[in-house]
Design a protein around this ligand. Sequence first.
Ligand code: NAD
Length: 292
Amino acid sequence: MMIKTIGVVGAGSMGAGIANLAALNGFNVVLRDIKDSYLEGAMARINKFMSKSVERGKMTEEQKQETLSRIQTTTKLEDLKDVDVVIEAVLEDLDLKKEVFSQLDEIVREDVIITTNTSSMSITEIAAATKRPDRVAGMHFFNPAQLMKLVEIVRGYETSDDTVSTLKALSVQLKKEVVEVKKDTPGFIVNRIMIPQFIEAIRLLEEGVASAEDIDKAVKFGLNYPMGPFELQDYAGVDIGYHVMEYFNNEFNDPRFAPPLLMKQMMRAGRFGKKSGAGFYDYEEKKELVKK
Ligand code: NAD
């Protein structure tokens, strides 16, 4: 089946980035959120992202306008009835995702693959909310979706080989590097590796082994990572990392994944990272939460 139009559900950080990425690669997009104001915000962010590319001489103003014209926004899920594939990027809430999948199952054509951009949740459980679990898979992009090269294609228990090969081909058309995650495991590959690293970094800080700044510095210069674990958690949201740890802890039933006490205290103190003005660092003066 030729994919021409991609439905994107949820126009937050990820949904807007994915819609932009798809339009940049010549696809038509129908982008759905629940409020017009959220869609206006998403289009403003997309516009801003491409304006920077125009300023840097990476695209012309006409190419930007053409790309924008390929994105249709809507608050009505029914407007996705003619799309050829769906990428869901609503909040990381299992019940919400199941509800959206069961509604989409009634709206889109029978042959259409419905994917989820979930960071950690069970593809099998989301797929079970539909009558097409063989045509459901994880399609996990990274933030910002326009720039980050990787896509993880994740199999649920019933996902068919055809579905996986169609999604791999689509990822290549979106100019991504693609990996197949053969089993439905919490966090897939990248987050399964990254979350224990976050936990270990927080434990080092709790034990007073080094300051947050020195742990970040050690990881950046010793492992050649672009960001340290505390910078990255503050950027992505301390609350998001916390919920993923809790989910891992419950799914694996393994205390290795339990959120450290410091993380719980930060949640109680509302230190969610950059978005709340403070996380492991204080963004007015980049001061550490826990002193050596
Ligand atoms: P976000 O909070 O920025 O955006 C979520 C959007 O979904 C909001 O605009 C909200 O209004 C909308 N929404 C809620 N219910 C909806 C519905 N029924 N229909 C349509 N839209 C609805 O969240 P985000 O950071 O973009 O994350 C979205 C998904 O992507 C989550 O599953 C998250 O785990 C995953 N993800 C996030 C990142 C990241 O770094 N932020 C990276 C990879 C994957």
